[in-house]
Write a protein that binds this ligand. Structure first.
Ligand SMILES: Nc1ncnc2c1ncn2[C@@H]1O[C@H](COP(=O)(O)OP(=O)(O)O)[C@@H](O)[C@H]1O
Ligand SMILES: [Mg+2]
Length: 396
């Protein structure tokens, strides 16, 4: 008899178009039937859990599985990983883990394309392409948000006026336009100061384009970790990317009515997603990707250690929730509030069954209206997210 299998995200159990994410976990921790996640339909997946229990690792498993799909299926997709910690670039290398055979896997890195903003290219792995946000992909309001300016203030008016007048521009040209405008001198000088700071990020360019991320069948890692101290920059980049990709897929969907696929379906995976919960990035992700993403074929995977910070909207829009161990009351309560009726026990009790095993997770699935305790499979590629070791300590 064929081994029992579980397919999440799709009510049937056909075998094509699915990701192998792990195995059922029995109470004694032993591994049971394999568990798969559907990719034939768009999904909104939230991966949460306390620090160090496997969120980034699990996201890496999903990316690896895309790389393992047969080309005929894989070329329907592009995977875009927003790497806030600079750890996913290592997926091109093999893991050193040795218990893979037990899971029916063998070690090996996957082929990825890496992107980084210009100031960080030098320290990136060879072959990393520049990540440039087209200046035209942000609205005048986005620029106000980025610079911390009230759109209704004198500064806001001068900035918005210049953006609208120029249409397309490099940041330097925007600055020149403001300098030669009839705005009061103090407005001009503070805006030009702010814009010279934006120029120094080397993130925006009139000729920037996201087309490089849309090659069918690729896994693309955008390393935004360089802007570590300034979450506003990353948030702005993600907002612009999220909206641009949404537009691209909405347009592509219309053309697909005539058959053929010019632009692949998109799976965007965002690590440390709570960073993007507020502001325009959060709005684009919630209003466009989560609420309306199915139709244009947009899937989203959000990993966070603080599900409470994502908010009810996000948690309730997710159709697959993968929760590793959580211990903070706020976070458990946030999941509890969003708990679907098919989950018959309180999240806290299900959580207790996970214990402290890394990679163990409760998985809630709307498509099959069921939930499971799953042990996420080990990685075949290197995971860059481990904690650093302290050397020189006598372990005897
Ligand atoms: N499914 C898993 N199987 C084996 N080890 C895992 C698994 N998930 C996580 N780990 C271990 O836990 C560590 C921390 O996982 P990571 O995903 O980086 O945590 P975080 O939740 O903070 O993103 C990893 O370096 C790895 O050693
Ligand atoms: Mg992590």
């Amino acid at each position: 008899m064929a081994e029992k299998q579980y397919l999440l995200g799709r009510p049937d159990d056909a075998r094509g178009g699915r990701l192998y994410i792990g195995r059922y976990m029995a109470l004694d921790g032993s591994a049971g039937a394999p568990v798969f996640l559907d990719v034939l339909r768009p999904h909104a997946v939230v991966v949460c859990g306390k620090r160090g229990y496997g969120k980034s690792y699990t996201m890496g498993v999903l990316a690896e599985e895309f790389a393992r799909l047969p080309l005929a299926v894989r070329r329907n997709f592009t995977v875009i990983v927003i790497d806030t910690m600079g750890i996913f670039g290592q997926m091109s290398e093999s893991t050193e883990q040795c218990d893979l055979a037990r899971w029916g896997l063998s070690a090996g890195g996957i082929r990825i394309k890496t992107f980084a903003p210009v100031p960080f290219l030098e320290r990136s792995q060879p072959g990393t392409a520049p990540f440039l946000v087209p200046t035209g992909s942000l609205s005048p309001y986005d620029y106000c948000e980025l610079l911390g300016i009230d759109p209704l203030s004198g500064h806001g008016a001068a900035l918005i006026g210049a953006i609208v007048r120029l249409g397309t521009f490099e940041i330097g040209q925007l600055s020149d336009a403001i300098a030669s405008s009839d705005a009061p001198p103090e407005v001009r000088s503070s805006l030009c100061g702010l814009l010279s700071m934006v120029s120094s990020w080397e993130l925006f360019s009139r000729d920037g384009s996201f087309a490089g991320l849309l090659e069918p069948g690729t896994i693309n890692v955008i390393d935004l970790s360089g802007y570590g101290h300034d979450p506003g920059i990353r948030s702005c980049a993600v907002a612009s990317l999220a909206r641009a990709l949404y537009d691209v897929r909405v347009r592509a969907r219309r053309d697909e009515a005539d058959g053929g696929r010019g632009v692949p379906l998109i799976w965007m995976m965002i690590d440390e997603a709570h960073m993007f919960a507020g502001g325009s990035a959060g709005q684009a992700l919630i209003n466009e990707w989560l609420r309306q993403g199915r139709q244009p074929g947009l899937s989203l995977v959000l990993a966070t250690q603080r599900p409470s910070a994502l908010g009810y909207d996000v948690l309730s829009q997710a159709d697959v929730l993968i929760s590793h161990r959580l211990t903070l009351r706020d976070d458990i309560e946030a999941l509890e509030r969003a708990r679907p009726i098919y989950v018959k026990e309180p999240i806290k009790e299900a959580m207790a069954r996970l214990g402290t095993t890394k990679g163990a997770a409760i998985v809630l699935d709307d498509a099959t209206e069921s939930y499971h305790i799953v042990r996420i499979r080990p990685r075949t590629s290197a995971h860059g997210g481990g904690e650093p070791e302290v050397y020189g300590v006598d372990s005897g």
